[in-house]
Design a protein around this ligand. Structure first.
Ligand code: ARG
Length: 391
């Protein structure tokens, strides 16, 4: 019998390594795809592991620049978190992985794809909405939803039996890493009283040992995107890596949160997003300076929807693209330079400058007379606005 080809989104981690074996047992010819989105050494481990697992082809693609240019930067333009805190580092990477994986499935002429996301989380939805968007006829094998290995402990046992090596930390948490963030979930974190040990965090140091002097930074934005640090141009990857480094040694961008998953379960996660936390902070200050008041409020309203669309896996939906267009339109004003002071887990603004600035000292000053309006007019403004309250 001819084996069916299947393309697996392969991280080299625990779950997807077990899935390779399991799919092979089910008589699939397994092809792995690993997206290099800045997870460092893990790429080499993934490659070696895939070789050991005897997969029939290994695809690895460097997508770092595309990740920043077409996913991270467009999202940052929204200046919005998912719910209160989350900067969407995992949710943003999934649509890109999906797009590239689907290219491979077309190239390999197969209608079978697989991923390692569980049946409880968001990633299954993100993968599969994307798969179906690119190929409505796709057959998706999501082992976590159908196999007998339904807990993490059973998974670890399967590895022991099948000689699949795993690193120590993978045993403790479910980790997702890329250029933008690291996320940690599961394990001891499931207990809300558990305070993570310092050695869980890989991307940032704690404030106790973060460097002992403030770092001054100047960030230049053009049409909403970061283009310079301290007046030097760098490519996107270097921009982000530099800020990750600065954020990391200054203890910036750690969060420990409860979030609502799409399917309605609350979960706890820890995230570290050093560089993007700095960019987000600077961008927000720049937008405060340059955006027209009504544009600002409209943008803020739609951004709540926009970030939940991304979280829920609707990156490729028409409504996400529509909102993106609106957001991008507002960014033509977002040009300028924000100077920051980064120190022991805090970011402070030092100064802001923009040739699109709508700030006018005469208008807001306590000491100067505005040329644009007279204070007498404010009486009428208040009279009319208080009418409803009086009536
Ligand atoms: N809770 C986050 C999200 O839904 C992070 C998910 C991390 N994924 C993982 N496989 N560990 O975006």
């Amino acid at each position: 019998m001819l084996k069916k080809k299947i393309v697996l989104a392969y991280s080299g981690g625990l779950d997807t390594s077990v899935i390779v074996k399991w799919l092979q047992e089910k008589k699939f010819e397994v092809i792995t795809f690993t997206a290099d989105i800045g997870q460092g050494n893990e790429i080499i481990f993934a490659k070696n592991k895939a070789k050991k697992l005897n997969v029939s082809r290994i695809y690895i693609k460097n997508l770092k620049n595309e990740f920043i240019k077409n996913y991270i930067f467009p999202y940052l333009r929204s200046s919005s978190e998912y719910e209160n805190f989350y900067l969407l580092g995992t949710a943003l990477a999934r649509p890109l992985i999906v797009k590239e994986l689907m290219k491979i499935s077309f190239y390999e002429k197969t209608n079978f794809v697989s991923h390692g996301a569980t049946g409880k989380g968001n990633d299954q939805i993100r993968f599969e909405l994307g798969f179906k968007y690119f190929n409505p006829k796709i057959n998706i094998i999501a082992p976590w939803r159908i196999w007998e290995i339904n807990t993490r402990d059973k998974l670890l046992n399967f590895c022991l039996k099948n000689n699949i090596k795993i690193n120590k930390k993978t045993k403790k948490f479910s980790i997702d890493k890329n250029l933008f963030h690291n996320s940690y979930e599961g394990g001891d974190l499931e207990n809300l009283f558990f305070e993570p040990n310092e050695n869980m965090w890989e991307n940032t140091v704690s404030n106790q040992i973060s460097i002992d002097y403030p770092i001054y930074l100047s960030l230049t934005f053009k049409n909403g995107d970061l283009i310079k640090i301290n007046n030097h141009c760098y490519n996107n990857e270097t921009l982000l890596l530099k800020l990750n480094k600065i954020g990391s040694i200054s203890g910036i961008g750690r969060i420990d949160i409860i979030e609502n998953r799409f399917i309605g379960i609350k979960s706890r996660g820890c995230y570290e997003t050093p560089g993007a936390t700095i960019i987000m902070f600077a961008r927000k200050h720049l937008e405060d300076l340059v955006l027209d008041k009504e544009i600002f409020y409209l943008k803020k309203t739609i951004s709540l929807k926009y970030s939940s669309l991304i979280y829920n896996g609707f990156w490729w939906s028409p409504e996400r693209i529509m909102l993106q267009n609106i957001i991008d339109y507002t960014q033509k004003y977002v040009n300028g330079i924000i100077k920051l002071k980064v120190y022991k887990g805090t970011i402070n603004i030092v100064s802001r400058y923009s040739y699109n600035s709508l700030y006018n000292q005469k208008n807001s000053s306590f000491n100067q007379v505005s040329e644009k309006f007279s204070q007498i007019d404010s009486s009428g403004f208040i009279n009319i606005n208080s009418l409803r309250l009086i009536i």
